[in-house]
Design a binder for this molecule. Structure first.
Ligand SMILES: Cc1ncc(COP(=O)(O)O)c(C=O)c1O
Length: 410
């Protein structure tokens, strides 16, 4: 008789490169081949046990709704800060004629970003597997989410970020109880420090795809999207791609849903969006390569996608190609222009990474890569409120007369 509080259907973990099986319920980093591990479930049993329509009718929102498709077994290990189902906001003014353009606004999650999904799972599993001290290299939002969920669970967190990481992120980490270091380098330099500390100080490395559970949290973006759309998928998804966990996670979610018989074989075209100043996946995609060579002198205003080398590069490229999508690079000027345009015309304040997906969507439309009638979903992965905004506001002295005539009559 199982002592689990939640009916999980995890069967094992699998090396994403070789397919080698690794035992579930053990602490794992990378596979024996040094590649990301993916959690596998008994999907046939899951499909038999869980009826889609009964599931849809059951109450509850947020990522823990998908408990049977997640690995946490014990209620006492589940760490939550009140995760919500993030809305799909339609862009009616800036969308194409006859098409449907929607933004999945992940900025509504705890800590203001989609990193909450991955870290809720990683920290819950760290509790389940007896980890006490978590470490992470981050471009900002992941560190903020790690520090919050670790604080919630009473675990230690040590974080290394590039010195020019958005100030708000560094302060969030510190305020939420983590030891945070500003490293004179990029995220890969931070990753090296964490790997060394893991070997010498016994930290647990929670870097993207170096532990198996963040991706399980990120896959809930795909589960949630499918459910929100009545178990249908859009024609295209535009995802701001750094480490690529969300893109790989959603692709995994769609496969799992199909195996359970909840969706058919149709898939959205996956567009991996990068900044022109750091576009290793785009370069590899265009060259037809399986892996991406590290990008030199990486720079962009979109800090979250400034990732010169991603350990899951082959998984991102595979999903993009299998889906018939593409990897697209957009310059910083287009990112900032998109941010201003969507804020002004739609009232939706995007983060720079989210704005990059809008710029890439426009580019795909202009270049005929997607149809004007397509239903596209853009991922805004963090709240726009965390990022600098251009100055605004007209000064007005207390006694200065206002020239009301310049407003015209409403
Ligand atoms: C706002 C934002 N968008 C996108 C990304 C990239 O996410 P992923 O690592 O899943 O590619 C990040 C990562 O830091 C981020 O903070």
């Amino acid at each position: 008789m199982s002592t689990d509080d939640y009916p999980t259907f995890v069967s094992h973990l699998e090396c994403s490169a070789t397919g080698e099986r690794h035992e579930a319920d053990r602490l794992h980093g990378l596979s024996r081949a040094g590649k990301p591990l993916l959690v596998r479930y008994d999907l046939d049993a899951l499909g038999r046990a869980l009826d889609r329509d009964r599931f849809t009718a059951r109450p509850g929102t947020g990522l823990w709704r998908y408990t049977e498709l997640l690995p946490v077994r014990r209620a006492e290990h589940r760490v939550s800060l009140g995760e919500v189902t993030t809305p799909l906001v339609t862009l009616a003014r800036t969308g194409s004629d006859g098409g449907r353009l929607q933004v999945k606004d992940e900025g509504r999650l705890p800590t203001g970003s989609f990193k909450a999904r991955g870290l809720a799972l990683a920290v819950s599993m760290a509790q389940e597997l007896g980890v006490r001290h978590l470490a992470m290299p981050t471009n900002g939002n992941a560190g903020a989410a790690l520090s919050a969920y670790a604080a919630r669970a009473g675990l230690r967190a040590t974080i290394f970020c590039p010195a020019d990481t958005p100030e708000v992120n560094v302060r969030e980490c510190a305020l939420q109880g983590a030891d945070v270091y500003r490293v004179d380098g990029l995220i890969n330099d931070c990753g090296r420090i964490v790997a060394e500390g893991t070997a010498t100080a016994g930290w647990f490395d929670t870097a993207t795809l170096k532990e198996p559970y963040r991706i399980e949290g990120k896959k809930t973006m795909g589960l949630e999207l499918a459910e929100q759309l009545g178990w249908r998928l859009p024609d295209a998804i535009f995802y701001p791609t750094g480490g690529g966990t969300g893109l790989i996670g959603m692709w995994k979610a769609f496969d799992e849903l199909e195996r359970m018989g909840w969706i058919g074989p149709e898939r959205p075209r996956m567009f991996a969006v990068q900044a022109s100043g750091c576009a290793p996946i785009v370069r590899a995609f265009e060259a037809g390569a399986e892996h991406a060579a590290p990008w030199e002198d990486a720079h962009t205003v979109a800090a979250g996608i400034r990732v010169p080398a991603a350990i899951g590069d082959f998984l991102i490229l595979r999903a993009v190609r299998e889906s018939g999508g593409a990897a697209l690079a957009v310059p910083d000027e287009a990112i900032m222009a998109a941010r201003e345009r969507v804020a002004r015309d739609e009232g939706l304040l995007l983060c720079p990474e989210g704005a990059a997906t809008f710029a890439a969507w426009e580019k795909a439309l202009d270049e005929g890569m997607i149809d004007a009638a397509a239903h596209s979903v853009l991922f805004n992965c963090a709240t726009g409120l965390k990022y600098p905004m251009p100055e605004g506001g007209t000064p007005l002295a207390k006694d200065e007369p206002v020239d009301y005539t310049r407003f015209g009559r409403a």
